[in-house]
Design a binder for this molecule. Structure first.
Ligand code: AMP
Ligand code: ZN
Length: 533
């Protein structure tokens, strides 16, 4: 009996590994996502009832759930070097000359995209994923194996003719689509959005709960085989082999016979990168022949056989139409530059963040200036300078506002933060509404159906002005509101009713006391049972 179950479990694991391979490596799935999920659930159920057949490489571990309090530090058996940077074709030509001179032979290159994420080193033993470690300082990093296993593009079980033991390095990154999804969810939960996909990817790898990591939807690409022996003569062959074992390698990598081909590759991707769906910050060029790589060796910091070519951040000029000011839930004022729409890095840009008064002063911004706008790794573009040649001398300097644009109250400035605040906490509309939106957000009272729009309507109609007012609302008061269906009104009322059963810590977080975030709220709730206490 038990043997039958063991066989069933093993067969299912093997089958699911094969389907993962078909899907992620061959891009040729043979079953539907639904069928896959059914099989995965079946395996999960069997594993739960038979923990004696645990396997650290089971496909079920992809869904996460393992919690790591502290990631162990691990020495890299092979150091993870940095790359030398070049910024123009002259730098590249100089590098080629140095390489040619040292080798005195013709040299071929492999040109690859420089993925902008977090680098990772993964050890495989007997075809199984054994250990995954972050780059750290290059000598040692954090072991984050459970988190890396949640990344679908990283195989847990290899195929075909793979060496017994080797490391493979690559990049964990976030597609822009998944990055936007994460930020959309954060917005709904009343949290600040993340700044860029790169930091979010590396931050995600350090989350303690691997089930949360899974939700981030990370991607991976592998670009370097590392071992003391190589099963091939060139880097290019190694990439093809890695692919045949089940690794996701970059489709765009190109074997280049000459530096001119490398330059053409760079020129192409400098513009085509905006259509990629993920961020790259340059191109990496590697000497293809592994024996040539060996004779070139390393400097103190980087391999002599590789070079990174960094793209310049794209910069365009446009006219500043006006500066407007937003008031946040905490009363903080954010100045925003409204721009004449302009195409930048593949998207139309109409606004740029100015952060605070000091930044505006530093730029010396005048009304209707022509400004240079740049998009680096951040999603929100920034103004990096003013074209003084085009300034109309009659245009006055931008004057920072003195009073709140929403309620007219005089602003106060907290010196060490360089930020202005509207002190009218109780009656400034965006602050009042913002607090109520925070109160109903998912991590707080989680009142579904009661969204921003409805809260704004209710506030305009003077039906609510703080979270306590929600509990006095009646369905009859909701129905006259614009576009309010009977069913939605009922859902709102029952959502509010349901929220009364929510744990005290969420209430504490939801009422938005200064300095009481999720963690502090949890601690407070453990020690006190009610607000009065
Ligand atoms: P840097 O951080 O500027 O020293 O650049 C080196 C980093 O580039 C490496 O640590 C990798 O994380 C990253 N990288 C991205 N794509 C590649 C690639 N195709 N080959 C090698 N390194 C890459
Ligand atoms: Zn105000």
């Amino acid at each position: 009996m038990s043997e039958n179950i063991q066989k069933k479990i093993e067969d299912l694991r093997e089958e699911l590994h094969q389907h993962n391979y078909n899907y992620y490596t061959l891009d040729e799935p043979t079953i539907s996502d639904f069928e896959f999920d059914l099989k995965l659930k079946e395996l999960q159920e069997l594993e739960k009832n038979h923990p004696e057949f645990y396997d650290s490489n089971s496909p079920t571990l992809r869904v996460g759930g393992e919690i790591t309090k502290n990631f162990p530090t691990v020495q890299h058996q092979f150091r993870m070097y940095s790359l030398d940077n070049s910024y123009d074709f002259n730098d590249l030509e100089d590098w080629e000359k140095r390489v040619q001179k040292a080798l005195n032979k013709p040299v071929e290159f492999v040109a690859e995209l420089k993925y902008d994420g977090a680098s990772i080193s993964i050890l495989y033993e007997n075809g199984k994923l054994k250990e995954a470690v972050t780059r750290g300082d290059g000598f040692q990093g954090d072991e984050i194996t459970p988190n890396v296993k949640t990344v679908s593009e990283i195989p847990m079980q290899l195929h075909g003719d793979f060496p017994d033991r080797f490391f493979i390095r690559g990049e964990i990154y976030l597609t822009r689509k998944n990055f936007d999804k994460i930020n959309k969810r954060r917005e709904e939960e009343g949290l600040d959005p993340f700044m860029n996909p790169r930091n979010t990817a590396s931050g995600s790898l350090k989350i303690q709960d691997s089930a949360e990591v899974r939700k981030r939807g990370l991607s991976a690409v592998l670009y370097q085989y590392i071992s003391s022996e190589f099963p091939a003569k060139t880097h290019w062959e190694l990439l093809q082999k890695a692919k045949s074992w089940g690794f996701h390698i970059s489709e765009q990598a190109k074997l280049c016979k000459t530096l001119d081909e490398v330059k053409a590759f760079i020129t192409h991707w400098d513009t085509a990168r905006h259509q990629l769906g993920f961020d790259i910050d340059g191109i990496v060029i590697k000497v293809n022949d592994l024996s040539q790589q060996r004779s070139l060796g390393y400097t103190a910091k980087s391999p002599r056989w590789a070079m990174a070519y960094k793209f310049k951040a794209e910069k365009v000029e446009t006219e500043l139409e006006k500066v407007t000011y937003q008031v946040g839930r905490t009363g903080a004022i954010t100045p925003v530059a409204n721009l004449k729409p302009v195409l930048l890095a593949g998207t139309v840009v109409k606004r740029a963040s100015l952060h605070n008064e000091d930044i505006i002063k530093k730029l010396g911004l005048h009304e209707h200036d022509f400004v240079f706008v740049e998009k680096g790794g951040e999603i929100i573009p920034k103004i990096v300078g003013v074209n003084l040649d085009k300034r109309n001398p009659e245009n006055p300097e931008i004057q920072y506002i003195k009073t709140c644009p929403e309620c007219g109250t005089e602003l106060v400035k907290i010196e060490d933060q360089a930020i202005h605040f509207c002190p009218n906490e109780l009656h400034c509309p965006p602050q009042v509404v913002g607090r109520m939106i925070h109160y109903v957000s998912r991590k707080a009272l989680n009142i579904e159906n009661l969204g921003q729009e409805t809260i704004e309507q209710l506030y305009r109609e003077k039906l609510v002005e703080n979270p306590a007012d929600f509990y006095a609302l009646k369905k009859e008061q909701l129905l006259p509101l614009e576009r309010m269906a009977e069913k939605s009104a009922q859902n709102i009322i029952s959502g509010i009713e349901k929220s009364k059963e929510i744990p005290f810590e969420k209430v504490l977080y939801g009422i938005g006391i200064k300095h009481v975030g999720e963690t502090v709220a949890k601690k407070l709730a453990k020690n006190f049972e009610s607000i009065d206490e």
